[in-house]
Design a binder for this molecule. Structure first.
Ligand SMILES: [Mg+2]
Length: 258
């Protein structure tokens, strides 16, 4: 059962985790960026960007998003310490051979799906290199669109890993890292033993359910299904919290330097 982060128990947990040796990790859409009808129009607001730019001077910040790295960096408008794209599958400077295999898989799926789904209004295939996203938010009959999408996915070769989301279906190569595995790898990369992770969607559950590492999971929005220990009611609370985290870290730094 998830607890509200801004009550006493959650705030006490937060005070323990907010420290220079904790990795701060975020999903992008629905977490740092507001979800919009047109997925290509997502952006983060100027105050959030400014706060994040202050945060990266105080603590290691990682973004783990379903978008491609290029797309995510354009939305952010600044560069955190690490941006992992395509649900964990796309890392900066990955050996080309591995990425190429993923990209080939997704190219084959895109071509097969395009033929099968082109007649369904409001369904869009977004090719992202190492993963593929099928959007059906704008379909007139969303349930029907989803069953047609799933029928088409059932015929794909090679078989993809399917991850559902908010009016989207994501397809990844079977060997691709999940968001959870990506977070563990990011902690390893920075040599950090603890992390705080904020996310809002089904793919983020891969992080929330990690048992092997010390992660404070926070779900954006109250959700009875989530395995995150804590939740925030809405994104605006996260934006306010980012400011508080900056202040907490600045005070800690002053004390250290004091
Ligand atoms: Mg999200």
């Amino acid at each position: 059962m998830s607890s509200y982060l801004l009550h006493s128990k959650g705030l006490a947990a937060l005070a323990r985790y907010v420290a220079p040796d904790t990795l701060l990790a975020f999903d992008l859409d629905g977490t740092l960026a507001t979800i919009v009808d047109d997925f290509s129009a997502a952006k983060i607001t100027e105050p959030v960007r400014t706060t994040l730019e202050r945060l990266i001077k105080l603590v290691k910040v990682t973004l783990i998003t379903g978008r491609s790295r290029k797309d995510a960096l354009a939305i952010l408008g600044f560069e955190p310490h690490l941006v992992i794209g395509n649900h964990g599958a796309e890392w900066p400077g990955d050996p080309d051979t591995r990425n190429q295999h993923f990209v080939q898989c997704c190219t084959a799926w895109r071509d097969q799906l395009y033929d099968q789904l082109k007649g369904i209004q409001g369904v869009e295939i977004e090719f992202k290199g190492e993963s593929l996203t099928i959007h059906y938010r704008r379909a007139i009959e969303q349930d029907k669109a989803l069953s047609l999408i799933d029928a088409a996915i059932g015929k794909l070769a090679p078989r993809p890993k399917r991850i559902g989301g908010k009016y989207v279906v994501n397809l990844l190569p079977m060997e691709a890292l999940s968001k959870g595995e990506a977070l563990v790898a990011a902690m390893d990369r920075f040599g950090l033993k603890r992390a705080i992770y904020f996310g809002d969607d089904i793919t983020d559950e891969e992080v929330f359910k990690l048992g092997c590492v010390d992660v404070l999971g926070v779900h954006i929005g109250k959700d009875n299904q989530t395995t995150a220990a804590y939740y925030l009611n809405r994104q605006s609370e996260l934006f306010a919290l980012l400011n508080s985290m900056v202040l907490m870290l600045e005070v800690q730094r002053e004390k250290e330097e004091g």
